[in-house]
Ligand binder design. Structure first.
Ligand code: NCD
Ligand code: ZN
Length: 348
């Protein structure tokens, strides 16, 4: 049986939700990852350090006893986020990034930023204090083809922004295209990207395989096969600018299987296992540790974990659904096999 041991990985982009849904999903992330950058797109969004601290306490309370998992909090950038709030966030030691959602681009983004120029003073303070900007990189302009929204945002909004704030650290979250891979590779120092398992495993054909497949719908939407290949090349290439971020985004079954279904795929139940499949298929399991356990920590200025995680090649079948508050959560690959599993030594 093949095994692989890596330093305990971290998830640099996850949605843990709140209340009963937080309790339903947080243990999946905490079982695999030592830390995670927790998205602030709750209702209402987490826009202040005080709100982030309270949310952090709720996450810690939802974890199984003895969990050493550390939630790394983020603020939701609005046009009224002040430079003083950034200074408070930095001083707190618990806020590790500020998230830019172009208004209307994705789930719970309506409080986001319509005109990024209106946040210039705040971005300036972030650059000064070394607070990273985490970006949902899609233009929300409905006249732009959904498959072109990432490229348009990177070229028209992010490139000029990165020049205006030459020392601002930026993570382009969940990149989906070859264009984005090239953009990251050719950009200045201090710019990195996360990549999800679904964008490494699937192209947009998955959305239409034999009928409309709502559980493959996430934002940014899956792209072409050539894009998927470029992402695999970036993730498995040993390049420190690309690191793990699942974008695991749970939605109750009825809100996905609907006339207007929510965007988001839940992968936290098998996240590191799925990345192992991708790296194995590329013949690059030796590079999983860099992508999953080192490059992100380096970017955020944190030490990698000394503790390890061992995966064994022992296929298991994903449940059809998990409990999710009063409803059900349909996980990625429901009813089908995942090839790797966490070794018993790691407390499964
Ligand atoms: C995310 C969510 O559901 O919160 N959905 C998604 O499709 N990824 C929001 C986001 O990260 O875009
Ligand atoms: Zn997300």
């Amino acid at each position: 049986m093949r095994r692989i041991t890596i330093p305990r990985p971290d998830d640099w982009h996850v949605h843990l939700r709140d209340g009963a849904t937080l309790a339903a999903v947080a243990p999946f992330t905490a079982r695999r990852f030592g830390r995670a950058i927790v998205m602030p797109n709750l209702r209402p969004p987490i826009t202040t350090t005080d709100a982030a601290r309270a949310y952090r306490d709720r996450i810690l309370a939802a974890l199984p006893a003895g969990s050493g998992f550390e939630p790394l909090m983020t603020l939701y950038l609005t046009e009224s986020t002040t430079p003083a709030e950034i200074a408070r966030a930095k001083a707190s030691g618990i806020v590790h990034g500020v998230k830019l959602y172009p208004a209307g681009a994705t789930t719970h983004s309506d409080a986001g930023v319509a005109d990024v120029r209106r946040t210039d003073a705040t971005l300036e303070r972030m650059a000064e204090l070394g607070m990273p900007l985490l970006v949902h990189g899609e233009t929300p302009d409905p006249s732009v083809d959904p498959f072109d929204r990432e490229a348009r945002f990177l070229d028209e909004v992010l490139a000029p922004l990165a020049e205006r704030f030459a020392s601002l650290r930026i993570v382009v979250e969940h990149i989906t295209t070859r264009h984005a891979v090239d953009f990251i590779r050719s950009s200045r120092d201090g710019i990195a990207a996360t990549i999800t398992p679904q964008h490494l495993l699937h192209n947009r054909g998955a959305l239409f395989a034999g009928g409309l497949r709502p559980h493959y719908y996430c934002l940014p939407v899956l792209k072409r096969e050539e894009d998927r290949r470029a992402l695999v090349d970036a993730a498995t290439g040993g390049e420190p600018r690309f690191f793990l971020g699942t974008d695991s985004a749970p939605h109750e079954r009825a809100t996905k299987e609907a006339a207007c279904g929510c965007a988001g795929m839940f992968t936290a139940h098998a996240a590191i296992e799925l990345y192992a499949e991708v790296f194995d298929a590329a013949g690059r399991l030796d590079r999983l540790a860099g992508f999953a356990s080192r490059f992100g920590a380096d970017f955020y200025g944190l030490a990698p974990h000394r503790e390890t995680l061992t995966l064994v090649e022992a296929p298991w079948t994903v449940p059809e659904s998990y409990p999710f508050d009063d409803g059900r959560l349909v996980p990625y690959r429901a009813g089908a096999a995942v090839r790797w599993r966490i070794d018993a030594e790691n407390g499964e």
